[in-house]
Design a protein around this ligand. Structure first.
Ligand code: SF4
Ligand code: F3S
Length: 104
């Protein structure tokens, strides 16, 4: 599966939802997650994210993000149509430690 990681937080560009063939993105207040059981590993979302936040879970160190994507995909609503990024998206792109402060 692919997972959404830290840099989506406070950016939430949502370009990813437009290209996913199985509509497996779910929306929190500050970020999206992918439902790991629905993702078919096509990889088309990865290059679409302006914040480079989407990674294959085969990359090292992403266990935490696989857990987060799994847990919140079953709690948050599905998002399938692009919307405006968060107003602070540019300011927060690349900021460290967003999970600790702003995950929601
Ligand atoms: Fe959707 Fe493909 Fe991205 Fe999985 S890898 S979330 S199926 S676009
Ligand atoms: Fe987040 Fe990138 Fe999608 S910032 S909402 S994963 S396009």
């Amino acid at each position: 599966t692919y997972v959404v990681t830290d840099n989506c937080i406070k950016c939430k560009y949502t370009d990813c939802v437009e290209v996913c063939p199985v509509d497996c993105f779910y929306e929190g207040e500050n970020m999206l997650v992918i439902h790991p059981d629905e993702c078919i590993d096509c990889g088309v979302c990865e290059p679409e994210c302006p914040a480079d936040a989407i990674k294959p879970d085969t990359e090292p160190g992403l266990d935490k993000w696989l857990k987060i994507n799994t847990e919140y995909a079953s709690k948050w609503p599905n998002l399938t149509v692009k919307k405006d990024e968060l107003p602070e998206a540019k300011e927060f792109d690349g900021v460290e430690g967003k999970f600790e402060q702003y995950f929601s």
